[in-house]
Design a protein around this ligand. Sequence first.
Ligand code: KPL
Length: 302
Amino acid sequence: MDIVVFGAGSLGSLVGGILARDSSNEVTLVARDAHADAVAESGLELVGKLEATVDPAATTDGRGLEADLAIVTVKSFDTAAAAEVLETGSYGSVLSLQNGMGNEEALAARLECPILAGTASYGAILRDPGVVECTGIGEIVLGARTGGPSAHADRIGDLFASAGLETTVAADMPRRLWEKLAVNAGINAVTALTRTENGAVLEADTNDLARTATRETARVARAVDVRLSNRTALDAMEDVAAATAGNTSSMHQDVLAARRTEIDAINGYVVDRAAERELEVPTNRLLASLVRTWERGRGLRE
Ligand code: KPL
């Protein structure tokens, strides 16, 4: 299968690299300058929990490409821009494997082909241009963005599983996206603000904060008619924190690299949906305003 990975940073390169191990896949990574150059010159090295050297194509220019599948792994604030670029090419289907909410809608607003939703809990860090460390074997869950069965999702699920990615095809993606949001709402901002690894949210000092952010998120999910109990959301958050205890969350990685974070699509999204329903989510509000204050101080947002 021909596959293009849009926004091949750490997670996108890991997923693209695993798919490229299967010689029946032709993978192209659309990445930033130095990483794309390194991959084009010497291949992509996967290290850590998964080791391989693979040879996907790599480019910085995603315009006008054609493939059976595009996997979108850009940061949530770049989804609309990615959709504009994807629109110049041709794809059988597009799968969002991004954090935060609203990504599939932004893609569907511009693209005609089927848009699938997905979540990924693999841990990945871009160590150097051309080198990605897998810091945790997680899972990819994918399916139709509005829920229900999808032949496209089944086909991509088979493709991922046969390349060695832990994959589940789900018919309840809207609920799964909210569950992942509740995980990220609990882990990402707390680990970014305290400069700790994911396992820190299980410790006494920060556990309350993470649990409260997750519980508030589950409450907002229920207010928008998504069945997500506090128990399910809390278990999911703590299971991911335990399984990825030594990992640096994506928001913590962004803060370390002085990059803009996905706060607006995570805790900020919870605050916005809560406000529409006149619900109070003080912990998500506090986390969002602290991370935004950090971004403002670094000149990363207005
Ligand atoms: O999605 C993640 C992220 O870092 O953004 C988790 C699941 C928290 C893994 O680190």
